[in-house]
Structure formats: structure tokens, C-alpha cells
Design a protein around this ligand. Structure first.
Ligand SMILES: Cc1cc2nc3c(=O)[nH]c(=O)nc-3n(C[C@H](O)[C@H](O)[C@H](O)COP(=O)(O)O)c2cc1C
Ligand code: SF4
Length: 504
């Protein structure tokens, strides 16, 4: 890599070391790197953890935390005199409501206990099991040819667990088929979808499993280096990962890069931009990262959970992994939060129903009314779909998505118009702003719900379907394409909630 590229890649980290974006810090970093001050301002101000230096508590305003009383907690903390900043979901929905102390220590005011699948060695990931550093699956991979490994991954039916459910073997074959031999492997550990906290548990409990998956992938595609982009707020998770890396024997350099508080950097091309020291704005595709990714070289990007599936596939065979699923291949880490007795992460066959998942989580609290199957991006579904398979294809057929499997249950004490507004706020805050339909549309959606909630007049929502269509058609990435879904799906499935309202 050219020297200039290395300097560019370092600027976000250097700004963080200097305490955030200030006139002084920008000048210093510019002198250190030779990158113009304007560029450094431009990149640094994109990221909330760099933009606003200073000690403050970060309070989560994700939907689950809001339902668990984060507004009251916010008021209580503000009264203590320490600055408090409301931030998008902190990925701790099983412990809601939560906030982070200025040193990033997590504080939870949860009233319910959170849960996890019991230790079961027959499960491909077995989240509650002992984390082993014997790397037996990697040893097996080393004894196989590249073609044999690729065939095993294909036989397993493994689909990416980061949200899109794209077949893993297609991406691997694409990278391996590139003539360029400088190739990169990137682990997406930026977990930021509201309702999702499964990667967090893998990083904390089974970091070796994920590292072994990375080692297998790096070996197969001939990666020169591995980059792990981990959510900036994940302090304990980062420590667990660092310990695992220190104990592991990974044949290529492994770098950990912390995110800086931008949800959009979970989108794979925004992540690459961020790794390169730029604003985290998604790229137009094609070219795909497998062709031109990090540093414009072929790059394989996978989610933490996807990587953690690889050792079981290599050791027990692709067919065994496939058989662990029900309607689609493999087991799945489902996150469940909201109105259930034991919010947590449960590993179950891919394709179980909401009722089965909630049974594992100790049952519903109150009378269930609606659920989001895959975080904010999946909208709201009615309880008549409680027996529907929670999988990639099946949820697509009912206008939703499994996404990252961040399932949130809402009981009948929740006003769905209010809930849709919380999701609209999230997307408005997190839009990177480069596409007009997304930038303007996310604001329009939130403003429409505001107008509806203050006037009680459904006319405030009359243009929503058209705006939603424009957003879907005119946005570069998935954020803008689905940002109106919480409102449009709630209106479709719960029309009675969106009629004329008496405003007190
Ligand atoms: C707005 C947006 C946010 C995303 N956030 C994440 C994320 O936090 N973690 C993740 O693994 N994938 C996320 N993705 C999906 C990634 O773009 C990409 O598909 C994934 O990292 C590929 O890994 P996989 O094949 O293992 O799923 C996001 C996608 C979009 C559109
Ligand atoms: S759709 Fe939204 S978040 Fe995605 S690139 Fe466009 S403006 Fe950015």
C-alpha cells in the first residue's frame, strides 16, 4: 500500500487519540499525516464518537429501551448534572434500559433476567459452550484443497448472517476467481441494528470460534491481511477479542479497527470507506467488494456469526450443518427482546416460528400485539404471523425480512404509531445523507408521524406510500430502501391504529 493511503487510513484513529474534532486536533493530525485539514474535518465530523469530544453519558433510545422506560431514566440522569446524550441503539436490548458511562462502562436498569441457549455441543455455534483454542477445524481445512473447502461451504447452504442472507460460497468463489492476489478478509463486527445483540455474545463468549472461522476463510481465499471492524461502544467485547487474537496462531496479520458511532458503517461498503479513513458513505455497486473492496482489492466481508458457523461446517461437514436448520440451512442465533420473560440470544434451527422462539425465552409478557422479526429494518408484523417461519425467504414473502434476527415483541400497551416514530427517528439520525430520497424521505416520514400524533388527523400520512416508493427506488443502500417500512407495515397490518384520533 502507498504511504499516503496508510496516512489516510490512520486519521480517524489519530483524531480519537487527540480527543475528537477540534481546531487544534485537526491541525495536529494534518501535520502528522500530510492530509489537508479540510479533509480531516470532513471525515471526522461524520462520526458521533469523534465529532463531539467531552465526557458524557450515552443513553440508548432504541425502541426496546424506550419501551422499558429510557425517557424517565434520561430525565433522572440529566438531573444528576453529568451531560447525557441520547444515542441510537446500543445493542443491549436484552438489558433495557441501558446507558454507557463516559468510560464506556455499561449500566443496565433491566428488571427481567436475560437468557441464552443452554450449553449443547450438538449446536453448530453452541454459544454457551466452552470456547476452545484447539483450532481443529483449521487444521482440517489445511489438509483440504481450496475446491474441497468451497464445495463444503456450498453443501452447507450457509447464508450470510449479517442481514442479506446471501450464499457464502458465491462470495468466496468470486474472490478466489479474481486474478489479483492481494486480497483482504474483513469481519463485520459493527452490530448496530436496533434489536440485535447476537454478535456481541459471540465476541464475548466464543471469540476463538469466530477467529477460527476467520483463519479458515483467510486460508481459503489467500488473504494477505484480516481486518476486524468492531463497534466503537463494544469495550468488553474488544478486550475478549484481543485476548483471543493473542492466544491464536493466525498466519496473517490481524488488525482490530473500532467504529466511531455510525450505524451506516455496518453496511459493507460504508465500512470499507471508514476503514480507509473516510466518511462512512456506502459505495455504488457494482463493483462488489469481492472484486474491488478494501484498497480496491478483492475483499471477502462476513458477519461475526457467519464466521462462527465455519468451524462446525469444516469439522462435521456441510450436510450436517444444513440439517441443523428447519426451513433453511443451519442453526441461527436469534435475539429476542421487548415484552418477553427472558430476553436474550437463543440458538435455534433456522426457520422456527415466533411462538417457538418466545417459548425458549420464557413466554410473552402481557398480550402480544405485534413483532419486528429483524430489527428496525424489518417493520412490524401482526400476531396472526406468529407461526410463520422466521427465515430469509419466508419473511420476504410477507413484506418483511429476517435481517440480523433482532426480534422485538410489542404487547398491547404500546401505541404502534409511537413505535413507528421511534424507528423513523433512528433512520433519520443514521442516514448518511448522500442520496436525496433517503436524506429527505427519512425526515419526511418522521415529520409526518409527528404531525399525525399532534393533530390526530390521518391526512398527515397521505403521501407516505409515494415517498416510500421514491426512497426504495432512489436510494443507494438498504437503509434508505427500507426506512419507511416501520410506518408502512404498521399502517398495512394495523389500519385501526392510524385512523382519526382524539388529541387530549
Ligand atoms: C444499513 C445497513 C446496515 C448494516 N449493518 C450491518 C451490521 O451491523 N453487521 C453486519 O454484519 N452486517 C450489516 N449489514 C450487512 C452488510 O452490508 C453485509 O451484507 C454483511 O456484512 C455481509 O456479511 P455476511 O455475508 O456474513 O452477512 C448492514 C447492511 C445495511 C444496508
Ligand atoms: S440510502 Fe441513505 S444511508 Fe444509504 S447511501 Fe443513501 S443516503 Fe446514505
Amino acid at each position: 500500500m502507498q504511504k499516503k493511503g496508510a496516512q489516510r487510513e490512520a486519521i480517524l484513529h489519530l483524531l480519537e487519540e487527540e480527543g475528537g474534532v477540534t481546531e487544534q486536533s485537526v491541525r495536529t493530525v494534518s501535520k502528522q499525516t500530510g492530509i489537508p485539514e479540510a479533509d480531516i474535518w470532513g471525515a471526522g465530523t461524520f462520526y458521533s464518537l469523534i465529532r463531539e469530544p467531552g465526557e458524557r453519558r450515552l443513553i440508548c433510545q432504541g425502541l426496546t429501551c424506550k419501551m422499558a422506560g429510557s425517557d424517565a431514566l434520561h430525565a433522572e440522569l440529566a438531573a444528576e448534572g453529568v451531560p447525557v446524550e441520547a444515542v441510537s441503539c446500543l445493542g443491549q436490548c436484552d438489558r433495557a434500559p441501558v446507558y454507557l458511562e463516559p468510560d464506556r462502562t455499561l449500566v443496565s436498569r433491566a428488571v427481567h433476567f436475560w437468557g441464552i441457549t443452554p450449553d449443547d455441543p450438538t449446536l453448530p455455534i453452541n454459544l454457551a459452550g466452552a470456547d476452545s483454542a484447539d483450532y481443529a477445524a483449521l487444521a482440517k481445512a489445511r489438509s483440504m484443497t481450496t475446491a474441497q473447502i468451497l464445495d463444503e461451504i456450498e453443501a452447507s447452504g450457509l447464508q450470510g448472517r449479517g442481514g442479506a442472507g446471501f450464499p457464502a460460497h458465491i462470495k468466496w468463489r468470486s474472490v478466489v476467481g479474481e486474478a489479483e492476489t492481494e486480497r483482504y478478509l474483513v469481519c463485520n463486527a459493527d452490530e448496530g441494528e436496533p434489536g440485535t445483540f447476537k454478535d456481541r455474545e459471540v465476541l464475548l463468549r466464543r471469540p476463538h470460534l469466530m477467529m477460527e472461522g476467520l483463519a479458515i476463510a483467510a486460508h481459503t481465499i489467500g488473504a494477505s491481511e484480516i481486518y476486524i471492524y468492531i463497534r466503537g461502544e463494544f469495550a468488553a467485547e474488544r478486550s475478549a477479542l484481543e485476548a483471543a487474537i493473542a492466544a491464536a496462531e493466525i498466519p496473517v496479520p490481524v488488525h482490530i479497527v473500532a467504529g466511531h458511532g455510525a450505524y451506516i458503517c455496518g453496511e459493507e461498503t460504508a465500512l470499507l470507506e471508514s476503514l480507509e479513513g473516510k466518511r462512512g458513505m456506502p459505495r455504488l455497486k457494482p463493483p462488489y467488494p469481492t472484486q474491488m473492496g478494501f484498497r480496491n482489492k478483492p475483499t471477502l466481508i462476513h458477519n461475526v456469526e457467519t464466521l462462527a458457523c465455519l468451524p462446525a461446517i469444516l469439522l462435521r461437514g456441510g450436510d450436517a450443518f444444513r440439517a441443523a436448520g428447519r426451513t433453511e440451512a443451519g442453526s441461527k442465533l436469534y435475539c429476542i427482546s421487548g415484552h418477553v420473560a427472558c430476553p436474550g440470544v437463543y440458538e435455534l434451527p433456522l426457520g422456527v416460528s415466533l411462538d417457538e422462539l418466545v417459548e425458549a425465552a420464557g413466554g410473552y409478557l402481557g398480550t402480544p400485539m405485534a413483532f419486528s422479526p429483524g430489527g428496525a429494518s424489518s417493520g412490524f408484523l401482526p400476531m396472526r404471523l406468529r407461526s410463520h417461519p422466521l427465515d430469509f425467504k419466508g419473511l420476504g414473502k410477507v413484506g418483511s425480512m429476517l435481517g440480523s434476527a433482532g426480534v422485538v415483541v410489542l404487547n398491547d400497551t404500546v401505541d404502534l404509531a409511537w413505535a413507528a416514530k421511534q424507528q423513523a427517528i433512528f433512520f433519520e439520525d443514521e442516514s448518511c445523507g448522500q442520496c436525496a430520497p433517503c436524506r429527505i424521505g427519512t425526515r419526511y416520514v418522521r415529520q409526518s408521524i409527528d404531525r399525525y400524533l399532534t393533530t390526530g388527523d390521518p391526512v398527515a400520512l397521505q403521501h407516505i406510500e409515494d415517498v416510500s416508493w421514491e426512497m426504495d427506488q432512489g436510494s443507494i443502500c438498504g437503509l434508505g430502501q427500507i426506512a419507511a417500512l416501520p410506518l408502512t407495515s404498521a399502517r398495512t397490518h394495523f389500519p385501526e391504529t392510524f385512523g382519526h384520533r382524539e388529541i387530549p
